[in-house]
Design a protein around this ligand. Structure first.
Ligand SMILES: NC(=O)C1=CN([C@@H]2O[C@H](COP(=O)(O)OP(=O)(O)OC[C@H]3O[C@@H](n4cnc5c(N)ncnc54)[C@H](O)[C@@H]3O)[C@@H](O)[C@H]2O)C=CC1
Ligand SMILES: NCC(=O)COP(=O)(O)O
Length: 338
C-alpha cells in the first residue's frame, strides 16, 4: 500500500468526474489502495454528491499529506480553486478549475508529495478555451515532466486487452505521414520498459498491427507495412524484444489472438481504442507510460450527456485509481531494489 496519497484532478466539473470521484471514495475508503486526495473543487464535489443522493463527508485540507489522516472517514479535498456545479453544462469557470486542478495535481506528483496522479476526464476543446495549449493531458504531462511529447506513450489497459496507439490525437488523413520506423521503435520500446517496471511483466509479448487492410496484402493495399512498420519490428527484435507483426488489424483482437500478446501496438487512435472500449469500457484505463510520474485516467470522457444523473458507471475511474496505486507501489519497490 502507498502511504502517500494519490492526487486526483477534478476533471471538467460539468462532466461525470466529480460524481465518479465521490462514488470511488465510497468504495475505496480505508482499503489497501491507500489514501486519495482530490485537488480542488470542494463545492463541486459536495453539490455532485447531493445531486446523486450521497451524504458525503468531506475533509478540506491545506496540505496533501493530511489526506492520510482523514480519508478513511471523509473524502480529502485540497483547499484551492472551486466553481459552481453545473452538470452537463460546461462553463469557462469550470474549464479554468479543471486546468488549475490538473496543474496542481501534476505538481504534487512531480514533487513526490503524491504517490501518483489520477486525472478525471476533461473536455479538450473547453480546456483550450481556458488557455491549454496541448492536444491532450498526455502531452501536457510530458511537457511538465520535461520530456518530448512523443516519449509520453498512451496505453489503454483493461482486463482483456492492452493497446498502445502510435499516433494519437491527429486527423486520420495525417496518420500515414506521421508514421515513421523511428517513432514505432521508440514508442514500443518505452511501452515495453514500462510494462516491465510498472506492470511486472518480465518479458512483454508485443504484437504490432499493420496500417492497411490485411496489413497491405503484400503491398497490394499500401506500402507502410513494408517501408515503415516491418523495419521497426526488425530493430525491436534486434534489441531483444518479443515482437510479432505487422498483423492485419481486423484479426488482431479475436479472443485467440489476444492470448498471444501482452500489448497490441496500433497505428492510430481508433485502431487502439475501439477494441479496448468494445471489450472493457467499464474497466478501461488510460495510462501514460514513460513519465517520471505514474499517471492514469478512466478510458471514457466527460459524458456531459449523463452528468449529474447518477447513472455513470464508476468502474473505469475505480480501475484507474487502483492501477495508479499498484503501479506506484511496484515502481517504488523496483527502485528500492536497484
Ligand atoms: N480521460 C479523458 O480525459 C478523456 C476525455 N475525453 C473528452 O471527453 C469529451 C466527450 O467525449 P466523448 O467522445 O463523448 O466520450 P465520452 O466517453 O464522454 O462519452 C461517450 C459515451 O459513453 C457514455 N459514458 C461515458 N462514460 C460513462 C460512464 N462512466 N458510465 C456510463 N456511460 C458513460 C456517455 O454517456 C456517452 O454516451 C471530449 O471532449 C473528449 O475530449 C474523451 C476520452 C477520454
Ligand atoms: N482518447 C483518449 C483521450 O482523449 C485521453 O487523452 P489524454 O487527455 O489522456 O491525453
Amino acid at each position: 500500500m502507498n502511504s502517500l496519497p494519490l492526487a486526483i484532478s477534478l476533471g471538467d466539473p460539468a462532466g461525470v468526474g466529480p460524481e465518479l470521484i465521490v462514488r470511488c471514495w465510497q468504495t475505496l475508503a480505508d482499503t489497501d489502495c491507500g489514501p486519495i486526495a482530490v485537488v480542488g473543487g470542494a463545492n463541486v464535489l459536495r453539490r455532485a454528491a447531493e445531486r446523486i443522493g450521497i451524504d458525503l463527508p468531506l475533509a478540506q485540507v491545506d496540505r496533501i499529506a493530511d489526506a492520510a489522516l482523514h480519508w478513511s472517514r471523509a473524502l480529502p479535498v485540497l483547499d484551492m480553486a472551486d466553481a459552481t456545479y453545473t452538470p452537463g453544462e460546461p462553463t469557462a469557470d469550470g474549464a479554468r478549475l479543471a486546468l488549475a486542478s490538473l496543474q496542481a495535481a501534476c505538481g504534487l506528483a512531480r514533487s513526490g508529495e503524491a504517490a501518483a496522479l489520477v486525472t478525471a476526464p476533461v473536455a479538450k476543446d473547453n480546456l483550450v478555451a481556458a488557455g491549454f495549449a496541448h492536444p491532450g493531458q498526455t502531452e501536457f504531462l510530458a511537457d511538465r515532466c520535461g520530456i518530448a511529447p512523443e516519449d509520453a506513450v498512451m496505453m489503454l489497459a483493461g482486463p482483456r486487452l492492452r493497446t498502445v496507439p502510435i499516433t494519437v490525437h491527429v486527423a486520420l488523413s495525417e496518420v500515414p505521414g506521421r508514421l515513421t520506423s523511428e517513432k514505432i521503435h521508440r514508442r514500443t520500446a518505452i511501452a515495453a520498459k514500462a510494462l516491465q517496471r510498472d506492470f511486472g511483466i518480465a518479458e512483454p509479448r508485443i504484437a504490432i498491427a499493420g496500417l492497411n487492410p490485411h496489413a497491405s496484402e503484400n503491398g497490394r493495399f499500401g506500402s507502410e507495412e513494408a517501408e515503415i512498420i516491418t523495419p521497426a519490428i526488425r530493430v525491436l527484435r534486434d534489441d531483444g524484444h518479443h515482437v510479432t507483426g505487422p498483423h492485419p488489424g481486423d484479426a488482431l483482437f479475436t479472443p485467440r489472438a489476444r492470448e498471444t500478446y501482452d500489448v497490441a501496438v496500433c497505428m492510430y487512435h481508433d485502431q487502439a481504442l475501439i477494441p479496448l472500449k468494445a471489450l472493457d469500457f467499464d474497466e478501461g484505463v488510460n495510462v501514460t507510460l514513460g513519465l517520471p510520474i505514474v499517471r492514469t485516467s478512466p478510458d471514457h470522457g466527460t459524458a456531459f450527456d449523463i452528468a449529474g444523473e447518477g447513472i455513470a458507471d464508476p468502474g473505469a475511474m475505480l480501475a484507474a485509481i487502483r492501477m495508479a496505486s499498484d503501479c506506484a507501489a511496484r515502481r517504488r519497490e523496483n527502485e528500492s531494489r536497484s
